[in-house]
Design a protein around this ligand. Structure first.
Ligand SMILES: NC(=O)c1ccc[n+]([C@@H]2O[C@H](COP(=O)([O-])OP(=O)(O)OC[C@H]3O[C@@H](n4cnc5c(N)ncnc54)[C@H](OP(=O)(O)O)[C@@H]3O)[C@@H](O)[C@H]2O)c1
Length: 242
């Protein structure tokens, strides 16, 4: 019997587009108390407006995942507003067109690692104390199949995504004794704005076979509906025909 999501407090970092946005929509429709965070306030506001037309009220917060103070403030404001955080979804991610080693500068390396990996740590660090006190919580990270299987997404991106896998598994081993569950999802190609950052345009016939953000969002929701005794530590979700 799936666990009800209704009334659960869900913080989604990276909710202004793509997978995080699709997850915010699904959680809101299930009656969750959604706190949607990212940097682009106009995108967050249009998400809020779109859901309001379905009588779903969500909270939006401008926050930069690469800034530890922003992640602390996001956790603190959520706890002040709702009293707890049941689920954290970390969906923020970026890449650079200059991803090849011939072009990748230390600044670009840091900018990718700062969001994809450091951001995952900062927000986890911010939400864990309340989850430990509650002796419950679910952490869901979006890594990438590029963190598992070598590809051409770039050294910074792949290192960051392997890092997220390490972070997620380490946290699961440490925090399970505190009632906290940890899952990491590794999607293959998803048709989102991130793909536009590729140095070479992805052919339309390839994009047509990609996952849609809703596919990953449905997987996030599925993981969230598992009973507290069950966890999926790592899940690979691939386009069936690529
Ligand atoms: N698309 C794919 O093929 C694919 C495959 C495997 C894994 N993934 C992963 O899936 C996750 C979601 O990406 P997506 O495909 O849905 O792409 P997307 O539409 O570009 O979404 C990326 C999200 O990350 C947020 N973000 C970027 N920098 C941020 C920062 N400094 N602080 C806070 N949020 C930030 C963006 O919001 P703002 O810009 O408004 O801050 C946006 O909401 C990423 O981790 C990505 O690596 C994607």
């Amino acid at each position: 019997m799936p666990v009800s999501i209704s009334g659960q407090v869900v913080v989604i970092v990276g909710a202004s587009s793509g997978i995080g946005r699709a997850a915010a929509v699904l959680f809101a429709r299930e009656g969750a108390k959604v706190v949607a965070a990212a940097r682009r306030e106009n995108r967050l506001q249009s998400l809020k407006d779109e859901l309001a037309r379905e009588q779903c009220d969500i909270t939006v917060r401008r926050a930069d995942a690469s800034n530890p103070a922003d992640m602390q403030q996001l956790a603190q404001e959520t706890l002040e507003g709702f009293g707890r955080i049941d689920i954290l979804v970390f969906a923020s991610g970026t890449n650079t067109p200059d991803r090849a080693m011939e072009r990748l500068s230390p600044e670009l390396w840091n900018s990718v690692l700062d969001v994809n990996l450091n951001g995952a740590f900062y927000v986890t660090h911010a939400v864990l104390p309340a989850m430990r006190t509650a002796r419950s919580g679910l952490l869901i990270y979006i890594s990438s199949i590029g963190g598992v299987v070598p590809d051409l997404s770039g050294a910074a991106y792949q290192a960051s995504k392997r890092g997220v896998l390490g972070l997620a598994h380490a946290i699961r081993m440490e925090e399970k004794q505190n009632g906290i569950r940890t899952s990491v999802i590794c999607p293959g190609l998803v048709n989102t704005e991130l793909v536009e950052k590729r140095p070479v345009k992805t052919p339309p016939e390839v994009l047509a076979q990609a996952l849609q953000p809703e596919d990953v969002a449905e997987t996030i929701l599925y993981i969230s509906k598992l009973p507290p005794r069950a966890v999926i530590p790592e899940l690979h979700l691939l386009p069936a025909s690529l």
